[in-house]
Design a protein around this ligand. Sequence first.
Ligand code: PAF
Length: 279
Amino acid sequence: MQIFTQIDPLRAYWSQQKTTGKSFGFVPTMGALHEGHLSLIRSSEAECDITICSIFVNPTQFNNPTDLAKYPRPIENDIALLRSNGCDVLFCPPEEEIYQDNPQIHFDVGTLGNSLEGFYRPGHFNGVALIVAKLFNIVRPDRAYFGQKDYQQFLIVNRLVRDLNFNVLLRCIPIQREPDGLAMSSRNSRLSDDQRKKAIAFFHCLKMAQSKLKTGTAFHQIREEARQYCRSHSVKLEYFEMADATSLAIQENPSPNTILLIAGYVGEVRLIDNVMINE
Ligand code: PAF
């Protein structure tokens, strides 16, 4: 695996590979890699000649400085995982390579960016759009792979690609789960043993909602039950919503295209999860 920390050598490598018509698959990450990321790498490997993974803990998408400071950064372990999973190229720039100046361009991603994650993490999607646009311009991939766990992020990147005409095909890869159902996340490594057991509460609420909606229970009742369940399991529910999976418009009545989205805290670790209603 080739490792680049600077933009210019990566661009030179890209141009050289393109002379032989190679296709590039891109997996942008913030590191602390787990099976979820590796499933994106494998999807890219299956479809593209060269798989590039980036590791960059992007400061502009953190609205909470403690969260940024505590974000796990096990770079040696990540490199070993990428090597053993057949990744071809790693791009892991230092912060000053990406943000030479304080960025002046801001993305307003519209209603899609103001609800759910955007509401609870003001500025988050501006930072995501900014770094994804920068990385797409640097890496110039043919295809890019994102996880369904960050579903709202995927829809926003999709909008970014359409609105700015990035020549990249996006893929949304299903959530990878632990045997008990907990969605894999880099943040899970910050959970204590006790918190790890409690963290399953969010997936429990999603599954409970899936089955109760099938029997006709109103979503506001389900949300109230979820609130009580989370309280009794000492986790803090931030939001639990039912939305149209294409527009992310909040719904009170389910449709075949409904997605259930949940977010909350276990201790000071913030987790998100989602399921399609018919999954
Ligand atoms: O999903 C992530 O890990 C990040 O939001 C991303 C897409 C790598 C941008 O920093």
